[in-house]
Structure formats: C-alpha cells, structure tokens
Design a protein around this ligand. Structure first.
Ligand code: HEM
Length: 509
C-alpha cells in the first residue's frame, strides 16, 4: 500500500497530472455520452465543454457562431454541455409566456444589467429590476410602471421634443465646416448624445450635457467603454476563476479610479434627484415615494440609463445606415414623411405614430440589427418543460439568440436582406414575404420580464427618425460603407463611427 503513495516531488507531480487527466476525461465522457442532454444535436466540442462558447464570446463573434450552428444542426442546438439554443418561434411562447412555475433567469451578469457585485471596492448594491429574483421583480416593476404610462409619456413629450430640436440644430451646425464646405457627421455619436440626454433627464432630472457640449459625458464614456470587460468577467465566472481575478485586480488597484468616479457620480446625481421632490413624471418618482434606499435608487437609476439609452441609439444608428445603403427604401420613407408634414411644428410623438412605412422600417431594422442580439437565458425547473416540441430536462439553460432566430432561412425569405415590405405588407397573401414568420422577431422580449421601455423606445425612435428624414437629405460617406459587416458583439454591438453627409432640405423659407 505504501508503495502507491508518491515518494518524491516528481512522483507527486505525475500523480496530480494523472488525477486531473482522469477527472477531465471522465467529465468530457459524461458530457458526451451520459448527460441528460446527450440526445440534442450540436458539435462535439460544444457538447463536451463550455470552452468553444467562451472562445467565441471572448472574440465578440458568439452570435455569428450560434447562427452557423443553427444553419448546420437545425432549430435546436446544444451550444454548451448544459445549454440549448432555439430558433423555433414556438420557443418564445414556451420559454417566456407558458412558463412552468420555478423557471428562473439564470444570469445576473447580462449586458443590460452590469454585474456591479463583481469587484466593487465600495460595497455591494442591491439588485436592480432586471437582476432581481421573481418576487422582488414583481414589486419593483409595479413601482416603475407609472413612469412609463401613456400619461407620463404625454407629459414627457415636450422634454423629448426639445432634445430632438437641439439634435437637429447641432447636426445643421456640424454638417459644414467653418468655411461652409460640406463635411460628414458621425451619426453614431450624435444619436447616442440625444438618447443619453433624454434618458438622463427622465431618470435623474437633469441630462448629461452631451448635446449641449457636443461630446460624451465621462460617465457615459465609462459605461460604453466597460462592456467588453463585463463580458470578460462572465468568462472568468464561467471558468471559475472570478474570485482570484477579482482579488488580484483589487490588490493591484486596477480600475479603482474609474469605479470611484462612477459611484460618486451616481451618488451625487441620485441625491440631486431626491432633493427635487416627488411630483415629476419620471422613472424615479414612485421609487422615491416608496422609500427605496439610496443604494436601491442608485442601482436602478444606472440600469435605466444603460437600458434606455444604448439600445435605442443602437437601433437608430443601424436604421440610418440601412436606409442610406438602400436607396429605394429611403426614397419611400422620404415620400411618406415629407408628404405627410408641411410644417416641422406638426411633428409630435403622437402625430408621427401614423407613419406606417416608417414603423415597418424600424421593425425591419430591429430584425436585421437587434440591439440585444444575444439570448436572455432561463433555467428550466426540476421536472423539466416541453419547449418547441422537445422535452427539456430540469436544470438546463435555455435561450433564444435573437441574431440567429432573425437570420434563419427556415423563417424568412432572404433573411439578410433589409426590406421593410416584410412588415409593411403583413397579412397580404400576395406579398413575396407572405411565408415569413414575423412572430419570430421579439426585440423587446415577451412576458413579465420584457422591456418596460418599449413604448417609449418606439416613440423616441419614430420622432428622431421622422425629424432626420424631414430635415436632411442623407448619404453615406465611403469610409462607412461596410459599417455593419462583421461587427463585434460583446452582448452589445461594438459600433464603429457612422459617417453620414447631411444636406439641409431647402423649403424656400
Ligand atoms: C430599441 C430599444 C430597446 C430595446 C431593443 C430593448 C430591449 C430590451 C430587452 C430585450 C430587455 C430584456 C432583457 C433581459 O431581461 O435580459 C429589456 C429590458 C428592459 N428595458 Fe429595454 N429595450 C429598449 C429600450 C428601452 C428604453 C427606452 C428603456 C427606458 C428606460 C428600457 C428599459 C428597460 C428596463 C427597465 C428593462 C428591465 C425590465 C424588467 O426586467 O422588468 N428599454 N429591454
């Protein structure tokens, strides 16, 4: 027996190597041949280990990889040992509507809910609405609803209109240089300045001064610049090395300055908002009335700004790109907008809602370039659940990757073609897109945890796009002609500059 015990350091090394190899081989063998998901299709490496998924995630290419997997394996794919992805539209209903009791959101580190618990040198914060458990979510969501009601939106209308006016003024000023020669403007930034200022005001009672100062507020630059590191955090978590990585970064003082700036700014803005009292129809009003702690307010305010600004800005930037690269679509939209309104003053949140072709443009842009292109995974409860005709065992992570669903050839004719007629001619049996499964597109998700800001997002997108089309003839600068191709996606898109030429429409006034 004693002979079996390693006697020297070399023997100990060999012993540890043999033990770990046996563990790894048994783990891979179990995942491939004994795991409850063994009958679901998928590539061998993904069925055996989570490493391929993490590799593509770390390179910003995971959404394209999952699209390829569905092309090859069909509407249900095992994308990791314990995870299934679906591109059957029925899965929306089964995962998000017809939920079995006990189904839960699995990840709190989703891009829309930056996981501030990681490496927070200034103390942990309570969860926000998006990351709270179901019970807390129900209560929080109810408190947020009044800030998103029709009545609130009516009261928010003049405020939103003022920011759109300022955007148009700034674009006019910047579309020519000091000598009056035309120059391109970076629409990615101008649109983001507008949406951050609007949501900043509706959250904190004051904007970030982006449009006023023609630049990003440092806090927004930090928020936008940190999403790649948030994905790295997820990778560390999945590899089980989050704690040591976090400890190392904290010991080395990495990121302390940026984090301190973030926390101090949120704290001072939240305090200012509280001091304004509770008769504003904004997002925070009922939370303050309800006596929420300052930490809860800080956490939810940060979420609201992130979730409400970047998403809308992404969709609008994508829509502008798609329009200027699809001449016929742009022409039809110009005809609709300029034909409907003679005076700019007549363009309001409610009047632009009647632009039906524009609505189809936005819906098609949401399909082709979804701001939240990834999945919002759920964990199947013990006892399992039937999803899109397959029985899925309890404990499985399930999700719908919007990018893969929206680009599936089984669901859409020429899925990568941008053509708003898909939505505009909805219900017309003679349309070439009559066979399209439009119910597969759910950019705002479905069910109890779907986007609370959907109506506000549509209202903002409609007003901003209608005003842009009414005011300017837009064309693409050659430097941006491949803007959408192979963009990296780290749960949020890494959007390059979008350089656009703007010519003010001459109305002879
Ligand atoms: C085109 C624009 C937008 C898109 C595509 C979008 C998409 C989404 C999606 C997919 C979710 C679910 C995320 C998840 O649970 O994993 C979500 C949640 C959420 N969104 Fe939006 N969103 C948009 C605009 C807005 C706006 C303008 C606001 C206003 C502040 C907003 C506030 C929220 C909030 C608070 C949640 C969490 C809801 C909850 O957990 O109950 N979103 N959004």
């Amino acid at each position: 027996m004693a002979a079996l015990i390693p006697q020297s350091p070399l023997q100990w090394c060999l012993f540890v190597i043999a033990l770990s190899s046996t563990y790894i081989v048994s783990f891979l063998f179990y995942n491939l041949f004994l795991h409850p998901l063994r009958r679901f299709p998928g590539p061998k490496f993904s069925r055996a280990s989570v490493l391929p998924k993490l590799y593509f995630l770390s390179r910003g290419k995971l959404i394209y990889h999952i699209e390829d997997l569905h092309k090859h394996y069909g509407p249900v794919v095992r994308i990791a040992p314990n995870e299934l992805s679906f591109t059957d539209p029925q899965a929306w209903e089964d995962i998000f509507i017809r939920q079995p009791p006990g189904i839960t959101k699995t990840s709190h580190s989703h891009a829309l809910a930056p996981d501030m618990a990681f490496y927070n040198p200034f103390g942990d914060l309570p969860p926000s609405v998006i990351s709270s458990d179901d019970e807390a979510h129900h209560h929080l969501r109810k408190k947020l609803v009044p800030g998103f009601s029709d009545r609130a939106m009516k009261e928010q209308e003049p405020l939103i209109g003022n920011y759109v006016d300022l955007l148009i003024r700034r674009l006019r000023e910047n579309s020519t240089d000091a000598t009056g020669r035309p120059q391109s403007v970076n629409m990615r930034d101008w649109i983001a300045y507008t949406t951050f200022d609007i949501i900043g005001n509706l959250t904190f009672g004051e904007d970030f001064g982006c449009l006023e100062g023609s630049g990003y507020h440092p806090w927004i630059a930090l928020v936008l610049g940190s999403f790649k590191s948030r994905v790295k955090i997820q990778i560390f978590k999945a590899l089980g090395i989050l704690a040591p990585a976090s400890w190392l970064m904290r010991s080395l003082g990495v990121g302390i300055k940026a984090r301190r700036m973030h926390f101090e700014l949120v704290l001072s803005k939240t305090k200012k908002r509280i001091a304004m009292g509770t008769d504003r129809t904004d997002f925070m009003d009922t939370l303050i009335k309800d006596g929420m702690s300052i930490d809860g307010l800080k956490r939810n305010a940060t979420l609201l700004v992130n979730a409400g600004s970047e998403t809308t800005a992404t969709l609008l930037t994508g829509a502008v790109f798609l329009l200027v690269t699809h001449e016929n679509v742009l022409k039809k939209l110009v005809a609709e907008v300029r034909g409907r309104f003679q005076r700019q003053e007549d363009m309001t949140l409610s009047s632009v809602a009647s632009l039906t072709y524009m609505l189809a443009v936005l819906d098609e842009a949401l399909r082709v370039y979804p701001p939240d292109a990834v999945s919002s995974p759920r964990l199947v409860p013990a006892g399992g659940h039937e999803i899109a005709g397959s029985f899925v065992p309890g404990g499985t992570r399930v999700g719908i990757w919007q990018w893969a669903m929206n680009r599936d050839e089984r669901l859409f004719l020429e899925p990568s073609r941008f053509d708003p007629d898909r939505f505009y001619n909805k219900g017309d049996e003679k349309s070439r897109y009559a066979g399209d499964r439009l119910d597969a597109v759910n950019a705002f998700l479905l069910g109890q945890r779907s986007c609370i800001g959907r109506n506000l997002a549509y209202a903002e997108m409609r007003l901003i796009l209608a005003r842009l089309i009414w005011e300017f003839d837009m064309s693409i600068d050659q430097s941006s002609k491949n803007w959408i191709e192979n963009q990296e996606n780290f749960e949020l898109w890494v959007k390059p500059d979008l350089n656009i030429h703007l010519k003010t429409v001459d109305r002879g006034q």
